[in-house]
Each structure stands twice: as structure tokens, then as C-alpha cells.
Design a protein around this ligand. Structure first.
Ligand SMILES: Cc1ncc(COP(=O)(O)O)c(C=O)c1O
Length: 441
């Protein structure tokens, strides 16, 4: 806990996705970050086990990115991106394209994952309309999916607390695939579970119910992160791809956390060998140094929308800060680091070590599942009677006090460190989690 002398007035800030009252009674305030570590306002070092919020893939305080942002701020602080441009926005789009699967080479810039998701959904609708199939408006998400907090994203998302208060205002015409989580079959799987491919067939059922001619797109996270690390069963994504293709439905991969190295490849799409039509990106795109996001679009989708517009603006959508000069400077510097330091390959090489360290906790107190892929691990705890989430919340707080930063969702701990992590730090993270679990009721 932070000492009172270091704490400002906390009352005015309404914190996002936070138990505000609890936090303000026991604040945890970060002051600095370098490499693998945060430093709190009272000088404590905390090993970053979550790359911030799944976003600081190259580690904190990278001087190349800081320099690029500083130079850009001094040179061109802002440029409107409607009917005007600046060179780095085009260079950044080209640089992103180099990391995308072949053919996904049209890039639309946003400022966050939520904006990327809503942008991708709108592109899907615009595409079908441009093809003369404007009746294709239905969007299919998945239970337990997290696609940010815009109205589009929460409508296709499948996390009920995120939807409940807004249920009357969700998009109409949305359906959901079942999620793929089943501990009775898949507990303690290393990598992709063998059971669950058939759950993609549920899409055929949904298509039969609504008719393909009404469905615009299916959106899934290739690996679901925020809901508590759900690894796709073997063959599942391939099947979703085949069914969507068969019915002329666009497939959107929400790669906000998986792109830029998390699985040991540039994208989950590359890792699984399954190419969607649209991909939402954010987080690692700028190493989180400046808010930034993007949608990668198959050229054919882009060309169809542009081709259908007589002249003038082809797609009535965009943000004041799309391709903000600071964001594009950060993106260019970040992607250069990923390439120069071969960080995705590094992540792939470390994955086996990471998997072994995570699965050492299979027998630890309270643990009912350990699952992992690439540089992501989920540790599911048995919930306390009548107090779901309380045990993981306590573990999170105790780990923080012992110098390890984790995430938790319900009773699932998530670990997703920067890709620069050393093997000894991997051991430290899982070792400390084990000790905290042992000391937790
Ligand atoms: C898969 C996915 N999509 C969208 C988002 C939303 O991103 P943002 O918080 O930048 O809006 C997140 C955030 O964690 C995410 O994990």
C-alpha cells in the first residue's frame, strides 16, 4: 500500500473498470517504469507480469520511442487527417502492413481497441452494402468475448456485467456463438485444447436460423484474453474460417492483445495460419506509449467500398486523432524495435519455458486450471463460497505488495509479460504466485 504522504486528492477521478471505493481506501500508485519494472510512488519496484494491460510488449521507457515522440511533438504536434495528411501516417500504415498476413494491406487508424472494433464492424456493414447486399446487417460475436466498450463492442461482446446496465441500448440483430471453455474436458491443457473444435459448428446453426443473407460478420478474439485467457481448441478457428467463407460472411479477428508478438508471431492469424478479412489492432502497435489503434483490412474489402462510391468521401467514419502524429511516430519506432530485436521470435523461443513455469502451479493451493499459449497464461482458482472473484482479488493485491503485477478477471489470474522478460523473471513471477496462493485462504 502506498504511504499517505505520497497520495494526492483521489476524489475527483472516476477510475475505469475499477472498484473505486476500495482502491481509494488502499491506493496503488505507479510513478515510473523502465524495462520490466514499475516503481510505485513510494519507491517500490514491481515486476510487470502483464505488460501494463497486455500492451507494453517491448518493455517500458524505450528511448527510441521516447525520442521519436519528442521529435515529432516539436516538429508537427498535430495534423488533421480529414482531407489532409502527413507523411508518417502513410509510412506507419506501410510498416503495420509488413506485419500483417498477405493481402491485409489497407490500414485505418484509430486511437484504441474499442474504436478499432467499432470501426471494423462498420467496415463490414459498409462492405456488404457496397456489394449490393445491404440487408447483411447481423453481427455474430461470442459468449465471454471482450471487444472493448463502444456500443458495437459491448453488443458483440459476451461478458454480462459489461452489457447488463446498457442492455436496452445494445445493437439489434446480434447473436453469439458459445464460448469454448470447459474445464471438465480441458483442464491443465498445455497450448491448444484437443476438445472443442465442434463448437464452431454452432455457427452453422446460427446461419440456419437467421439465413446467411442477413449476416455481415463474425467477430472473435483468436485467443480470448480479458475474459480470462481462453485458448482456441485445435481446428476451431480453421472451421470458423471455412464456414464464414462458405456463406460470404466476413471474419473479424479482434487481435487487440494478440497482435505484435504475444503468441510468438506478428499476429495470432499468422500463428494459427488462419487469415481473417479484418483485424482490429491496438495496444502493442505503439508499445502503449501513445494511445493508438488500427484496423487491417483485406484489400478486396477496401477496394469494394471505395469502388462503390461515385466520388467524394467513400467511408463516412474517422476520428480527430486518427493517425495522430505522436501515435504514428510511436508506431514507427515501436515496429522498428520489434523487427530489430526480433522480439516475436524471442517470445516464441521463451514460450516453452513460460509454459513449464506456469504449469508448475497445477498442484498449487486453490488452482483448478492452468492454461497457456505463447506468452500468455491463465491460472483459474476455485472461487470462495458466496464470494466469486474475492480470492483472485486478494492474490492480485498480495502479489502487488510482493512486487509482482498481475491481472485478474473473476477468479482467473492472467500473466502476459513484456516480451523482453528474462527466464529468471518468469520463474520469479510464477514462484511468487505459488507462495501467495499457499498463504491465501
Ligand atoms: C480483444 C480486445 N478488444 C478490444 C479491447 C479494447 O481496447 P481499448 O481498451 O484500447 O479500447 C481490448 C482491451 O483489452 C481487448 O482485449
Amino acid at each position: 500500500m502506498t504511504s499517505p504522504a505520497d497520495i494526492p486528492d483521489l476524489s475527483n477521478l472516476w477510475m475505469p473498470f475499477t472498484a473505486n471505493r476500495q482502491f481509494k481506501e488502499q491506493p496503488r500508485l505507479l510513478a515510473k517504469a523502465r524495462g520490466m519494472y514499475y516503481t510505485t510512488v513510494d519507491g517500490k519496484q514491481v515486476l510487470d507480469g502483464t505488460a501494463g494491460l497486455w500492451c507494453v510488449n517491448a518493455g517500458h521507457g524505450r528511448s527510441e520511442i521516447i525520442d521519436a515522440i519528442s521529435r515529432q511533438a516539436a516538429e508537427l504536434d498535430y495534423a488533421p487527417s480529414f482531407q489532409l495528411g502527413h507523411s508518417d501516417s502513410f509510412r506507419a500504415a506501410t510498416a503495420v502492413t509488413r506485419m500483417m498476413p498477405a493481402g491485409m494491406d489497407r490500414i485505418f487508424f484509430t486511437n484504441s481497441g474499442s474504436e478499432s472494433v467499432d470501426t471494423a464492424l462498420k467496415i463490414a456493414l459498409a462492405y456488404h452494402r457496397a456489394r449490393g447486399e445491404g440487408q447483411r446487417t447481423r453481427l455474430i460475436g461470442r459468449e465471454r468475448g471482450y471487444h472493448g466498450v463502444g456500443f458495437g463492442g459491448i453488443s458483440v461482446g459476451g461478458i454480462s456485467p459489461n452489457r447488463k446496465a446498457f442492455s436496452g441500448a445494445l445493437l439489434p440483430g446480434v447473436d453469439h456463438l458459445p464460448h469454448t471453455h470447459d474445464l471438465s474436458r480441458n483442464a491443465h491443457t498445455r497450448g491448444q485444447p484437443a476438445w472443442g473444435e465442434h463448437l464452431a459448428d454452432e455457427l452453422e446453426r446460427i446461419v440456419a436460423l437467421h439465413d446467411a443473407s442477413t449476416i455481415a460478420a463474425v467477430i472473435v478474439e483468436p485467443l480470448a484474453g480479458s475474459t480470462g485467457v481462453l485458448v482456441p481448441p485445435k481446428g476451431y478457428l480453421e472451421k470458423l474460417r471455412a464456414i464464414t467463407e462458405k456463406h460470404g460472411i466476413l471474419l473479424i479477428f479482434d487481435e487487440v492483445i494478440t497482435a505484435f508478438g504475444r503468441l510468438g508471431a506478428a499476429t495470432a492469424s499468422e500463428y494459427f495460419g488462419v487469415t481473417p478479412d479484418l483485424m482490429s489492432l491496438a495496444k502493442g502497435i505503439s508499445n502503449a506509449s501513445v494511445p493508438a489503434g488500427a484496423v487491417a483490412v483485406k484489400r478486396e474489402v477496401h477496394d469494394t467500398i471505395l469502388g462503390a462510391a461515385a466520388n467524394g468521401i467513400e467511408f463516412f467514419h474517422g476520428y480527430t486523432y486518427s493517425a495522430h502524429p505522436l501515435a504514428t511516430a510511436a508506431i514507427l519506432a515501436t515496429l522498428e524495435i520489434y523487427e530489430r530485436e526480433q522480439l516475436f521470435q524471442r517470445a516464441r523461443a521463451l514460450s516453452a519455458k513460460f509454459e513449464d513455469a506456469a504449469h508448475q502451479l497445477e498442484e498449487a493451493r486453490h488452482v483448478i486450471d492452468v492454461r497457456n499459449l505463447g506468452m500468455v497464461a491463465g491460472i483459474e482458482l476455485a472461487p470462495r463460497d458466496g464470494a466469486p472473484g474475492a480470492r483472485a482479488a486478494e492474490v492480485f493485491r498480495k502479489c502487488f505488495d510482493q512486487g509482482i503485477m498481475l491481472r485478474y478477471t473473476g477468479d482467473i489470474l492472467a500473466i502476459s509479460p513484456p516480451l523482453i522478460i528474462e527466464e529468471s523473471q518468469i520463474e520469479e513471477i510464477f514462484g511468487k504466485i505459488g507462495a501467495v496462493l499457499q498463504a491465501t485462504a
